[in-house]
Design a protein around this ligand. Sequence first.
Ligand code: F6P
Length: 545
Amino acid sequence: MQTATTVLPLGERKAWKALQSHFEQISPKHLKDLFAADPTRGERYTAEAAGIFLDYSKNRVDDETLKLLVELAEESGVRAKIEAMFTGAKINITEGRAVLHVALRAPKSESILVDGEDVVPAVHEVLEKMGGFADKIRSGEWKGFTGKKIKNVVNIGIGGSDLGPVMAYEALKHYSQRDLTFRFVSNVDGSDFAEAVHDLNADETVFLVASKTFTTQETMTNAHSARDWTLASLKDEKAIASHFVAISTNAQAVGKFGIDTANMFGFWDWVGGRYSMDSAIGLSTMIAIGPKNFESLLAGFHEMDVHFRTAPFEKNLPVLMGLLSVWYTDFFDAQTVAILPYENYLKRFPAYLQQLTMESNGKHVTLDGTHVDYETGPVYWGEPGTNGQHSFYQLIHQGTRLIPADFIGFYKTLNPLGRHHDMLMANVFAQSEALAFGKTAEQVRAEGVAEALVPHKVFEGNRPSNTILTEVLTPNVLGKLVALYEHVVFTQGAVWNIDSFDQWGVELGKVLATKILGELESVEAPAGAHDSSTNSLIAKYRANK
Ligand code: F6P
């Protein structure tokens, strides 16, 4: 079996070299010509799985490109790496951990071993405990300290302990219990907490303190402020038990904070923070939409997992999308990927994908520590359509950069309202058509445009995009979409031969911030141990705070 360590350096792989010479031939070609040469392209370059349809025909590829990209995946050991993940191998090598978010949605009948122990029963045990708690909050059975029903749920967490919960809450609001209010506090900026609770009563509010490590400075600070806020109103330490639950892997720290570990929902070190929205970190989601809908979300994840693990690469949605983004990143020098969901409920989806993709694949060394000599993770960003069209699409259409885009659309809306949905979807199809085919100077002139304006009105086109279409935004579909991108990230990381599951790049700033905090708060002026810029910024802040 080919393993991470036996894979040749990227530049030495046969398919990579073949792609380099193939790039010379295909890069000058216009999508217009590729479409003209093959009238069936729009049907051929599509794939569908688990009810998710992908049209990748508007990409700068031909049959040869796709063949070589698939060969690259094979040669990069993607198949073996997928199996290694699904079978609990410790593929997060810098932390010596298995990477098993796929176990979080594995049916009860499956068994996945980590260090000889089947982790699936424990997953279902936690899900049941979450279900019991969610039902109690939703039904009003769980009472606050003064005997009142809980009306407000505040999730305190950051990064993966926030972005998944917020994104899912927004995405699935349609399915949420509307007499419950949900708030999400993440930033250490006190305004975040202050605004989240300003209109809430402590005796009707439960805090979910979500932190894998239970040591994250922002989360612990916010949790302590929440504790103070609760005690200021309820004036009894015993109130904490009714108003605080913890979601963590660190029972000791939870106990130390003062939360009864009976009110703790656990998960495991083999769940990465950015891959944790379907673990106990999803408790707020489960309270909002109910355990049955949460089950359906997990089933959606699982369906995409099975597809990723079993489908041939030519028809494998995450593999195809992952390979296409490698193609643009490393051959076309594209720096970013735009995520453009035409579904207002998915407004936090691009922000969620930012952590998933950029914390995973923002890496500069390969698994064995060698500096890469190629580009890795692109910048992911985006906004829901059609809003983006009236702000940044100008640059995608006529700017000087190549920005591959993913359009995400739905056949049906959750809120039928006159012609709105057809109008929304007309924009999806119009944008990807305009990006790909553009408008020539001749076409502009034929409209009678004054010659001086012609260059300004030309659209070069040849700008690539994927279009993803699916039925309607349900919990199940959301699970499929998130799993799709998780596995896109996996595919990219496998080709680049990097560790997509650690995040050492966040550490230095954390350490420096702790040191600087002491210097901002000390009575005596700090010794000036930094560079001249940092020293004077600290001095200026101290003088003016
Ligand atoms: O600082 C980065 C990070 O470790 C993320 O990977 C993680 O999602 C976030 O912080 C929050 O961590 P925790 O859940 O342990 O509080």
